[in-house]
Design a protein around this ligand. Structure first.
Ligand SMILES: Cc1cc2nc3c(=O)[nH]c(=O)nc-3n(C[C@H](O)[C@H](O)[C@H](O)COP(=O)(O)OP(=O)(O)OC[C@H]3O[C@@H](n4cnc5c(N)ncnc54)[C@H](O)[C@@H]3O)c2cc1C
Length: 429
């Protein structure tokens, strides 16, 4: 079977073709840049509150990471709670982690209210220990979450892992039942539909090229014309470009890659991930995997650090296949049908950020945790902008760093070094 170099999820929903493009409106209250989860959620919320909104998207609606990801609707942040607490204190950490739990509910509510058919299911997540030492760290994290946030997670010891995963390479795991799974392409297209019904104008193939401050707002030049907006919210994720150089300098675009096998026999699929969890491991160069509703193994990882090109997708497909068979030798004769990549938005402190810079609002830096949090923060940001409370958001309480000494202008020359550093960390810890 030849591998299709395309996103499996895109074959499960009618992705927009946009053969007829609506003209841009001359003037709006709010221009949202980027049509992924945070942008569409913010537009949805603002339109419901009577604001005139235009979403400007460089490609097609949902084109970026939002339709290419693993569909894991996860609690928590990229960094573990204790690391965040050491850096930012317990009060802020509590707010951030409570918000991450609330974010699952936000997705659940939108899916139910807007009747988005995307297979949302509270199947929970399973975080796996690759080394014996990781089990102690997971146990510590579980105790810490219970003590500080009253969050119940469950530690699974090695001898009991067969009830959670049909692989014997791991040393234990942590189960969090709050997390969920969904089909990200169906979800982002459904969210776009909800935003449109609420009154938002969606404008694909309208890449923002330049922003010019005017008396009462901004003149926006796009690849297909100009418009005036009183305010701008930038949600361009890992694809943030030269149109907003002050934000581009703060975001590191990092590639992540996924393969999907042909559909597996149902009993084999149940043996591999019996409780249908969203699964990921504890390494820096992590693997994440889950079953699709039609019982494919959807297996991802940071096989290459560079954003997706034909060549990185091809080489990642080989690497990911080998990693998948290492985890699940039962899949050694199973064909891989799809391979694709997408770009993550990492900030320099690996934290999500929302605030205002040079007058422009932004929500960025989801670092592989943007399905739930991207949606939730999009909604919160919309309310905060309209209520004038952006400064009070917890995501605005810490600085949004860029590289020291101005060593970064948006071209991530240091990605091979980060890759090497992560490999060293994985060897040590
Ligand atoms: C392979 C992969 C797997 C992942 N798995 C998970 C997961 O399982 N769970 C999870 O929570 N998160 C996951 N993530 C992360 C998650 O997908 C993102 O955090 C989330 O989609 C970010 O949404 P966003 O709208 O900020 O960015 P995107 O969805 O990337 O959207 C940004 C959009 O901005 C547009 N844009 C850029 N510049 C301009 C411009 N100048 N003008 C107009 N438009 C512009 C782009 O075309 C793009 O469509 C994964 C990401 C990847 C890549």
């Amino acid at each position: 079977m030849t591998i299709k170099e395309k996103v499996f999820w895109h074959d499960t929903v009618e992705m927009p073709r946009d053969s007829v493009l609506n003209d841009l409106p001359p003037k709006v209250d709010m221009a949202v840049i980027g049509a992924g989860f945070p942008g569409l959620a913010a537009a949805y919320q603002m339109a419901k509150r009577g604001v005139s909104v235009a979403v400007l998207e460089a490609e097609t609606i949902g084109w970026g990471a939002s339709s290419r990801n693993g569909g894991m609707v996860l609690t928590g942040l990229k960094l573990d709670a204790e690391t965040v607490e050491k850096k930012y204190g317990s009060d802020l950490t509590r707010q951030l982690f409570e918000d991450s739990i609330a974010s699952i509910k936000t997705v659940e509510q939108i899916v139910s209210q807007e009747q988005i058919h995307c297979g949302f299911m509270r199947t929970g997540h399973l975080l796996l220990a690759n080394k014996p030492g990781h089990v102690a760290s997971l146990t510590h994290e579980a105790e810490w979450l219970a003590k500080h946030f009253n969050v119940e997670t469950r530690i699974i010891l090695r001898g009991d892992l067969q009830g959670e995963i049909g692989s014997d390479i791991y040393y234990g795991g942590l189960v969090d039942e709050t997390s969920a799974g969904l089909n990200p392409a169906q979800y982002v297209i459904g969210l776009a539909g909800a935003a449109k019904r609420a009154g938002t104008g969606l404008y694909p193939h309208a890449r923002l090229v330049q922003v010019e401050k005017t008396g009462g707002g901004y003149k926006l030049r796009t690849q297909r014309g100009e418009l005036v907006a009183s305010q701008i919210l930038v949600t361009t994720g890992g694809y943030t470009d030269a149109a907003t150089p002050q934000l581009r300098r703060r975001i590191i675009p990092i590639g992540s890659y996924i393969i999907a096998t042909q559909p597996l026999p149902q009993d084999l699929a149940h043996q591999l991930i019996p409780n249908n969890r969203m699964v990921f491991d504890y390494r820096h160069f992590l693997n994440y995997f889950r079953l699709s509703p039609d019982y494919r193994m959807v297996f991802g990882g940071r096989a290459a650090f560079f954003p997706e090109t034909k060549s990185t997708i091809r080489s990642s497909a080989d690497i990911l296949r080998r990693q998948m068979v290492h985890v699940f030798p039962q899949l050694k004769d199973v064909e891989v049908e799809y391979a694709w990549g997408g770009t993550l938005d990492f900030s320099f402190d690996q934290m999500p950020h929302a605030g205002q810079l040079d007058g422009i609002y932004y929500t960025l830096g989801f670092a592989g945790h943007g399905v739930a949090l991207g949606t939730h923060l999009g909604m919160r940001m919309a309310d905060a902008i309209l209520n004038g409370t952006v400064r009070e958001l917890p995501y605005n309480a810490y600085s949004f760093p860029t590289a020291p000494l101005g060593l970064y202008n948006g071209r991530p020359w240091f990605l091979p070094l980060i890759g090497l550093w992560h490999r060293i960390l994985d060897l040590i810890y």
